[in-house]
Design a protein around this ligand. Sequence first.
Ligand SMILES: Nc1ncnc2c1ncn2[C@@H]1O[C@H](COP(=O)(O)OP(=O)(O)OP(=O)(O)O)[C@@H](O)[C@H]1O
Ligand SMILES: [Mg+2]
Length: 371
Amino acid sequence: MEKIIELKNITKEYDGEKVLDNINLDIYDKEFVTILGPSGCGKTTTLRIIGGFEMPDEGDCIFDGKRINDVPAYRRHVNTVFQKYALFPHLNVFENIAFALRLQKVPEREIVTRVQEMLELVALKGFEHKKVTYLSGGQQQRVAIARALINQPRVLLLDEPLGALDLKLRKDMQKELKNIQTRTGITFIYVTHDQEEALTMSDTVVVMSEGRIQQIGTPTDIYNEPVNAFVADFIGESNILDGVMIKDRLARFAGKDFVCVDGGFDPNEPVDVVVRPEDVDFVDVEKGMLTGTVTSVNFKGVHYEFIVDINGFKWMIQSTDFVEEGREIGLYIEPDAIHIMKKSEYSGLYGDYSSYSDELDELSNADDVEE
Ligand SMILES: Nc1ncnc2c1ncn2[C@@H]1O[C@H](COP(=O)(O)OP(=O)(O)OP(=O)(O)O)[C@@H](O)[C@H]1O
Ligand SMILES: [Mg+2]
């Protein structure tokens, strides 16, 4: 595949503060790329630089092999969909979608054909004469997407476009957006702080923190082989332990030696070890590689979520087997469930569930939906 956009050594400061720090990113034609990271990490700023609404202080933005730093937004083959739909309230659905074509003085017959195509694409056939203010949030966002796609941009930038929708609608729209992207073959650059959304929709995920790219990879790469404790913690739940690589394929953590599948570290190199909650099996105490005490149990519908104290470090374990609170239990971990990461500035910050509270977790998820 051809590269369509290249960001090269992009740096951006606001008020003397670096909000983008040496961003390097290649985006390929027809790719669905998601920029994922916590609030304030620089996602929107990155999009605005690609869209031409913001100039980088240093570095280059390349489109189809040509430097476009000085090309104004309206001359780039890029369109944007924002979280707030910004539709024209006085126009109906048809005229909102037709707007760009009217400006370009496209003949009426062609406008009708192209708007019909767009209505079909976003599943809004029959809505053309409705006032946009009467539409639901999800329907308004479809109009915004149709409006952004009608002049056939090469790249569509989407900045948390589903952020204002409730969870159920959001899931439906995720599927639909993915469909639209596949059908049109337009490159999508999608911004979200929702890791599940990023994993379900994308060909490539770009994880950012504090103005820097932490990892670029497929959803499975990012989930299975996080490069550091930040990525491991941000993508799903993770037990992250301090460890040592004794030699290739042998790691020591939690006071024991474990066979693993990683290599390429120095002998006795200090490392971070990630074990996902669903990758730990409960066994009898005498068969356990580790033993621990269950300190809390939560039923999650498909599985139970346990907090297990292993020598003072609290692990999260998910299992369909029920074990009651207070029980001592053995734990078994397959070699390929042990992921070894280099030490980083994020070491020691994440991965222990001592202060974990289910209630707090749900509260923060509720915040996400409201934002
Ligand atoms: N025009 C501006 N002037 C000054 N500071 C800005 C400006 N735009 C962004 N910033 C700052 O730059 C940093 C990155 O902002 P950005 O909007 O790119 O973050 P984000 O990842 O999109 O966050 P969110 O998920 O909250 O939308 C933030 O600290 C923000 O306050
Ligand atoms: Mg933003």
